[in-house]
Design a binder for this molecule. Sequence first.
Ligand code: PMP
Length: 488
Amino acid sequence: MKLNDAPQPSDSGYAISQWQDTDAIYERLQTLLKAPLRPIRRERMDEVLNYFTAHCQGSKALAERAATVIPGGVQHNLAFNHPFPLAVARCDGAHMWDVDGNRYIDFLQAGGPTLLGSNHPAVREKVHTLLDECGPVTGMFHEYEVKLAELIRQHMPAVEMFRMLGSGTEGVMGAIRLARAFTGKRCVIKVGGAYHGWSDQMVYGMRLPGTGRREATGIPRGATGATQECFPNDLDALRRKLWLNRLRGGTAAVIVEPLGPESGTRPVHRDYNAGVRKLCDEFGALLIFDEVVTGFRVGMGGAQGYFGVAPDLTVFGKCLTGGYLMAGGIGGRKDVMMLLAGGIGALSKRAFVGGTLSANPLSCVAGYYAISEMARSNAPVVAGRAGDRLCRGLQEIITRRQLPYVAYNQGSIVHLQTSAVLLLSTRNPIKLLKEVKARKHMMEEMGAAYMAHGIVTLAGSRLYTSMADTDEIIDEALERFDTVLSLV
Ligand code: PMP
């Protein structure tokens, strides 16, 4: 496929005001990794932990109960924080309140989807109306299924057709199956370190590039037998894999997080995606963009619009509904997507994908109004400017306090690396084994310290801004970050 005619980055409408100097970021991260760890001083960390004892008794009691009935005490890693998970009772815009009444500035934003800010009335009210009219699900076709698919296509021309599913994981599973069915080829190449959900074939090379099956507990070898990983930014290695795969059943798809693994934690070069597109065309593989986080957050045209690269298939997830449930899907080329159209007992070639609750009015209404409101209010750009302000402020604090930490952002996705555990390299296994535990612990402690100072982050190292983040809120957050970083 050719490059589409989506807007280029110089156009407005995208959250990323300037593509960062990727090599300079990696250089600073390498310096951070070489320097001794700079955690919060022990006595100050004790004070941090005292906050949770003094102010979070309600959460603590719930966490103790949860530990006996919920494996690990939380239903998803996102909700895990040191020293125990905080139970949240209320969210509004840029803020959340825990069950003890403490208020936090929310830079988790549910892991990314609430670009409008939490619990936006423009979506909530439509969901209420829908629930009053027909409840969350009917099993039948609903008008908003069409309206949502049309709206996505309007913003992302490469999404000629759209299949709604329940989650990002399901979207990835379906897209890979579809790519194999369409191409008749076998292998799937991902970029090491990227997260594409928890399906058997994708628990491979997660978090750190080069880790292969390290986390594939409970997954038979055969399930990952046709999954391969490439190091980020290495187009030559990708070409070699594609070339060798011609003898191994061919490559059905290359799947990327377009900003780079873990939502740009390991950023890609500006022209990387275009390079992957070219290689896919040369070797007859489909290009899959996983836009579970970037779709609409980077801009209404997604990362594909920002980079001006049209993938064959796009995976959607939580971004689709502004945070409402059952959010996922596959979009893409009509000739590929039509392989999903078999119907009951179809005799034609068909990729079997679907779920009873996939087509539910609730998520389609939520999706339609969330995306409409994002477009109307220019949410990606507003949130992107907040991300720029936050990142600039963090960089200023880091420089002023002469800390080795690194802050960088892609619009509303802000990375604050203090221990850089996710940047460790498997090419240096001795350093990896020696340092991974301490670096992970430090990241958890930083997360706890931010929280004790009224800021919720994603795993102590990532901050999602939203449209609700005014300059005043960002400046208040920066003051709080400054206090935390004074404890180092
Ligand atoms: N892909 C990416 C890039 C993600 O960030 C995630 C979730 N964080 C997924 C896929 C999986 O989505 P879900 O949790 O909805 O299954």
